[in-house]
Design a binder for this molecule. Structure first.
Ligand code: HEC
Ligand code: HEC
Length: 352
C-alpha cells in the first residue's frame, strides 16, 4: 500500500512538472522558421497545374501559410484549425474519422482527403466543387460544420496580432492583412506538400538498395492490369469522376459530382483519390465507410452495388481473390512516403 502511494505521489509530481514545463513554453513563438523553400517537379512527373503564378514562393510566405494551417483562431470559437482534420501522420487525412468533427463536435458529410501533390490537381473536394488551390481554404473557414468562421473576423484577428503583422510584412512588404494575402500564403504551404519519396519512387529513380519483394512485384503487375487506368501513376489518380458502385448512404443525401454539374449522369460519381500514402490515410472512400484496405478493395472490386451509371470497368471486371488483394496491398504499401509524413517543415510550428 505504502509503495503504491509513493508511486502515485511520484507520478503526480512528474505529471505536474511536465504540465508546467509545457505551459511555460510561450506558444506564440514558433519553432525554427523553415528556410530554403523551393518547389521542384519530381523526376518523370508531368508539369503541375499550379506553379505559384503571381504568388512567388518565399520562405516568409511558406512559414506564414504553415502557421495559418495550424491556427485554431481562424475558427469561430478558436478550437479548430486545418490541422485538426488534416493530420500529418495520416498524410494530412483525418485518422480514424470517417467524417471529420468540425466545430461544436458536428459531423460533416464527407471524409477529409489526404493532402499532397495538390499543385497537380485542377479541382478539389470529392465532387470537384472548387477549381483553384488558392480559393480552397475559404470553404472550410466559412463552412458552418467545419470552422464556421468568416474572413472579416479572420482579418481582424490577424491584424490585431503583432507577430502575424510582422509575418505579413516579411511576406508582402507591409503589414496589411487582406483575404488575397491570406489565401496566397495558404497556397504556398499547401502547394509545397509534395510526396515523392516512397519506396516506389526510389525504385523508379533507380536508387541503390531499393527493390520490390516478390509479393510486391505480383501486386504491381495486378495493379497495372486492374487499377492503373484510373489510379494512374505517377500521381496514382487521373482525377476523373467515377461511380464505383458504393451503396449510397441515404441519410447523407450526397449526390457526388452531380451536386456541381447538375447532370444526372454524374450521380454518385466522385473524384478519383490518389493511392499514394493510402496505408496511413484510413478510413477510405468519400464517406470513410471502410477502415481497412482489404475491405475497401474487396467492396470496390468484388461487391459493387448496381447503379445505372456505374463504371463499366468496375461492373465488368473479374473478381480478385483474397491473395490477389493482399499482393496489391503489399504493392500499395510501397507508396507510403515516410519522409513526407515526418517532414518537420510541414508540422505544427508552435509545438515542434
Ligand atoms: C472539420 C474538418 C476540416 C477542417 C477544419 C478543414 N478541412 Fe479540409 N477537408 C475536409 C473535408 C471533409 C474535405 C472534403 C470535403 C468535400 O469533398 O466536400 C476537405 C477537403 C480539403 C481539400 C481538398 C483536397 C482534395 O484533394 O480535393 C483541401 C486542399 C483542404 N481540405 C484544405 C484545408 C485547409 C487549408 C483547411 C483550413 C483552412 C481545412 N482544409 C480545414 C475537412 C476539413
Ligand atoms: C474505374 C476507375 C477505378 C478503378 C479501375 C479502380 N478504382 Fe479505386 N477508386 C476509384 C474511385 C472513383 C474511388 C473513390 C470512390 C468514392 O469514394 O466514392 C476509388 C477509391 C479507392 C480506394 C480508397 C482510397 C481513399 O483514399 O479513400 C482504394 C484503396 C482503391 N480505390 C483501390 C483500388 C484498387 C486496388 C484498384 C484495382 C484493383 C482500383 N482501386 C481500381 C476508381 C477506380
Amino acid at each position: 500500500m505504502k509503495a503504491k502511494n509513493k508511486i502515485a505521489a511520484l507520478m503526480m509530481v512528474l505529471s505536474l512538472t511536465l504540465f508546467f514545463f509545457q505551459c511555460s513554453k510561450d506558444p506564440q513563438i514558433p519553432s525554427p522558421q523553415v528556410t530554403g523553400v523551393t518547389f521542384t517537379v519530381p523526376h518523370g512527373w508531368p508539369q503541375p497545374v499550379y506553379n505559384f503564378e503571381e504568388n512567388t514562393l518565399t520562405d516568409a510566405g511558406f512559414n506564414l501559410g504553415r502557421r495559418l494551417f495550424y491556427e485554431k483562431k481562424l475558427s469561430r470559437d478558436g478550437t479548430i484549425s486545418c490541422g485538426s482534420c488534416h493530420q500529418q501522420f495520416a498524410a494530412f487525412a483525418n485518422a480514424a474519422h470517417a467524417r471529420s468533427h468540425g466545430i461544436d463536435g458536428q459531423f460533416g458529410k464527407r471524409n477529409a482527403p489526404a493532402l499532397f501533390n495538390l499543385n497537380w490537381q485542377s479541382s478539389f473536394m470529392w465532387d470537384g466543387g472548387i477549381n483553384h488551390i488558392t480559393v480552397q481554404p475559404l470553404a472550410p473557414i466559412n463552412d458552418s460544420l467545419e470552422m464556421d468562421g468568416n474572413m472579416n473576423d479572420v482579418i481582424a484577428f490577424l491584424s490585431a496580432d503583432a507577430s502575424y503583422r510582422k509575418m505579413f510584412k516579411e511576406t508582402f512588404g507591409d503589414e496589411t492583412v487582406t483575404t488575397q494575402r491570406v489565401l496566397k500564403a495558404f497556397a504556398q504551404f499547401l502547394g509545397m506538400l509534395v510526396s515523392s519519396n516512397s519506396k516506389y519512387d526510389r525504385i523508379q529513380r533507380g536508387e541503390a538498395g531499393y527493390a520490390f519483394t516478390a509479393d510486391e512485384e505480383i501486386g504491381k503487375s495486378l495493379f497495372n492490369q486492374r487499377c492503373a487506368s484510373c489510379h494512374t501513376p505517377p500521381l496514382f489518380s487521373n482525377f476523373s469522376y467515377r461511380n464505383i458502385g458504393l451503396e449510397p448512404n441515404v441519410a447523407l443525401q450526397d449526390s457526388g459530382r452531380m451536386r456541381i454539374s447538375e447532370s444526372v449522369q454524374d450521380m454518385h460519381r466522385y473524384k478519383m483519390p490518389s493511392l499514394r500514402n493510402v496505408e496511413v490515410s484510413s478510413p477510405y472512400m468519400h464517406d470513410g465507410r471502410f477502415k481497412t484496405l482489404d475491405k475497401a478493395i474487396d467492396y470496390h472490386i468484388n461487391k459493387p452495388y448496381y447503379m445505372s451509371n456505374i463504371d463499366p470497368v468496375i461492373l465488368n471486371g473479374q473478381a480478385l481473390s483474397a491473395d490477389e488483394i493482399q499482393s496489391i496491398i503489399s504493392f500499395l504499401n510501397t507508396l507510403t512516403d515516410n519522409t513526407f509524413i515526418h517532414d518537420t517543415r510541414f508540422s505544427d510550428p508552435l509545438y515542434k
